[in-house]
Design a protein around this ligand. Structure first.
Ligand SMILES: Cc1cc2nc3c(=O)[nH]c(=O)nc-3n(C[C@H](O)[C@H](O)[C@H](O)COP(=O)(O)OP(=O)(O)OC[C@H]3O[C@@H](n4cnc5c(N)ncnc54)[C@H](O)[C@@H]3O)c2cc1C
Length: 603
């Protein structure tokens, strides 16, 4: 066993939001220390395992990213890999830096609310232990805290604010990407790496928000080094049957660079990319890059994405070809991402809910999130003020609203973990201000579980945008679950793919199957009946639900409700929102979106 003190730094490199080797400023800083011992780790944190909603698709994507990174390390140095350590960082890191004689802890900066509190605690512990901490930004184009400072200390609530702040940093130019390392130093020898002598801390696994997916034995915390005692990526032991993961999208740095490379080769596509002109109905291939899950896990550097695209745009300009501009072009999309990070950064936890959130308008939605519990935590429970709204919410979540465009998108989301941005617009508008009048927080939770690209800042920010809670206020602009899909996909290909029971319907009825004569329904083998929860109908091979309400009527109710709520003018940090007296402002009010039940759609 190597016991001597290392002559050069012993560096613990903590991977979190950066599952890559290319363009990682933190990794670059770590390797620049010229370590004699270098240990790349991932702490398998029980907070994310049990307290964040994650479905099988995103677990699989994460494990693919970790395996790919681990292999990349091994390729550079056969003694190296990603060491997955099974405990939360607050308890395990102090044990590791003592056991391994760590001199430096290096990681990428993370401005998410939970991460910021955690990192502050870790930095204090490190300081006490005499471990030097190096933190580098690399997750976004610009440091969100820096953007906020340049935006007069305020969250960025528009792309213009973001752009103006960015110009003050480096004339709007992110740093140029760094190459991947050419070599990686060794970790300690096997004996010193062994953690058998360390005491385990207890793991709080209750409540387990992912219990419904955990159908196998949960052994992920049986040993600090994992059940096979080799720091392996936890493919076998998280208790979730990964054969339930149905996404066709693959994780890992190699895959991310392949997708980016293919996009970049298609110079016309990059040059003319305009988000509003990309179709939400396209699949195999989709009309946008589908790089969001890679940006989320850091298997792709956002700065590389930005500069590779800029290279193509520059070439196109020189060739005098038409080039699309911010904010609809690809750099514009990446700026939107930065905008949401810099909106969240100064608001912390309060950004994720309406309660206590200064930028969130208060709307009297159905199924409002309950206020903080005795421990001061918003625990995700909600007030079922209307059984009807609860039923709509469940039907929306399960893709059985009876509106094929909405159901196809929700089923695509569940199967694949990704839907196009305008598809997200459609389903989010439908659940909130353009149909169900259900709280955006319910929708954000479903997306949190199902999306493979789930990113707190972007998910919450976009839900607030779509529900006209913040960022956007034109609530009279509403997505029709019929006309909008039809405009993009008159043949109904997306519906036929994800609602195969409607596959034989004529395009005349594919968006409104309840209008098809019963003889045609028979001919096409699918009866439009019930709520999609029951098992079928005699004489018919398949059934598909009737629409759960009259959309036009609901649109009017929602519009009146939004107008009224805007008139009342409360925000999430208003005392009336905090003490529950907001209800008085909406009681007995005919215009309130909550007070009017729906008629069933005439069929
Ligand atoms: C209700 C709702 C929830 C959303 N939740 C998430 C989420 O959890 N995580 C997430 O990354 N995106 C989220 N988005 C934003 C957007 O839909 C996705 O980023 C985009 O569809 C990803 O596909 P793409 O990689 O092909 O995007 P492209 O069009 O190819 O854009 C390139 C990149 O720009 C970024 N980007 C593009 N649009 C946005 C946007 N509106 N907001 C933030 N970043 C953007 C993404 O990182 C994306 O990968 C949400 C949008 C809505 C309406």
């Amino acid at each position: 066993m190597e016991t001597r003190a290392a002559s050069n730094p012993v560096v613990l490199y903590w991977h979190r939001t950066d599952l890559r080797l290319h363009d990682s400023p933190a990794l670059h800083a770590a390797l620049s220390l010229n370590p004699s011992v270098f240990i790349p780790i991932w702490t398998w944190d029980q907070h994310y395992v049990y307290k964040a909603r994650v479905g099988p698709n995103r677990w699989k994507f994460l494990l693919e990213c970790q395996s790919d990174l681990s292999n990349a390390y091994t390729k550079l140095n056969p003694k190296q890999k990603l060491h997955v350590v099974r405990e939360g960082p607050e308890t395990v890191l102090p044990k590791l830096w003592e056991h391994w004689g760590v001199t430096h802890l290096v990681f990428e900066k993370d401005t998410d609310a939970y991460a910021r509190d955690r990192d502050n605690e870790i930095m204090q512990l490190a300081r006490k232990a005499g471990v030097e901490v190096i933190v580098k930004m690399g997750r976004t184009l610009f440091d969100p805290d820096e953007i906020v400072r340049k935006n007069n200390g305020k969250p960025t609530m528009s792309i213009t604010q973001l752009e103006k702040a960015a110009v003050k940093i480096n004339n709007g130019n992110p740093e140029k990407p760094l190459g991947p390392p050419k070599s990686i130093p060794n970790p300690w020898d096997e004996e010193r790496m062994d953690l058998s002598s360390l005491k385990r801390d207890s793991i709080d696994n209750q409540p387990d928000l992912n219990a419904e997916h955990r159908t196998k034995k949960d052994e992920q915390y049986s040993d600090l080094m994992g059940p096979t005692r080799d720091f392996a990526v936890p493919w076998q032991d998280i208790g979730i049957d990964l054969s339930q993961a149905t996404t066709p999208h693959r994780g890992g740095e190699q895959e991310a660079l392949r997708i980016l490379g293919d996009c970049i080769k298609n110079e016309g596509y990059i040059g003319r990319f305009e988000k509003p002109n990309t179709s939400p109905a396209d699949f195999e291939p989709q009309s946008t890059t589908l790089l969001s899950p890679h940006l989320h896990f850091g298997s792709l550097s956002v700065r590389k994405f930005w500069w590779d695209v800029q290279g193509v745009l520059e070439k196109q300009r020189k060739a005098k070809k038409p080039v699309s501009t911010v904010p609809t072009n690809l750099p514009g999309q990446l700026l939107f991402r930065d905008m949401y990070f810099a909106a969240q950064a100064p608001l912390g936890q309060s950004f994720s809910h309406t309660y206590g959130n200064e930028v969130a308008r208060f709307i009297d939605w159905h199924l409002q999130t309950n206020p903080p519990n005795q421990d001061g935590l918003i625990d995700g429970s909600y007030d079922v003020d209307s059984q009807e709204a609860e039923e709509w919410f469940q039907r929306w979540k399960e893709g059985r609203t009876g509106f094929p465009w909405i159901d196809a998108l929700m089923r695509q989301l569940k199967q694949e973990g990704w839907i196009h941005h305008l598809g997200r617009h459609s389903v989010a508008c439908f659940l909130t201000r353009g149909g169900c009048y259900v709280s955006w927080e319910r929708g954000a939770e479903v997306f949190e579980e199902l999306l493979i690209d789930h990113e707190v800042a972007c998910n919450v920010g976009n839900w607030m945008w779509l529900s006209c809670t913040a960022f956007f206020a034109q609530f009279y602009r509403c997505y029709s679950p019929i006309a909008f899909g039809k405009k993009w996909d008159p043949e109904g290909s997306l519906i036929r793919r994800y609602c195969p029971e409607l596959g034989k319907f004529d395009k005349k009825y594919i968006y409104e199957p309840w209008k098809a004569p019963i003889a045609d329904q028979k001919k096409w083998g699918c009866r439009i009946t019930g709520d999609g929860g029951s098992s079928g109908s005699e004489d018919f091979e398949h059934t598909y639900p009737k629409p759960m309400f009259d959309f036009n009527e609901r649109r009017e109710i929602c519009l009146a409700g939004m107008k009224h709520a805007y008139g009342v003018g409360l925000h999430g940090n208003d005392i009336k929102v905090k003490d529950g007296s907001w209800k008085k402002e909406f009681e007995n009010d005919g215009e309130s979106g909550r007070n009017r039940p729906a008629k069933r759609q005439k069929t």
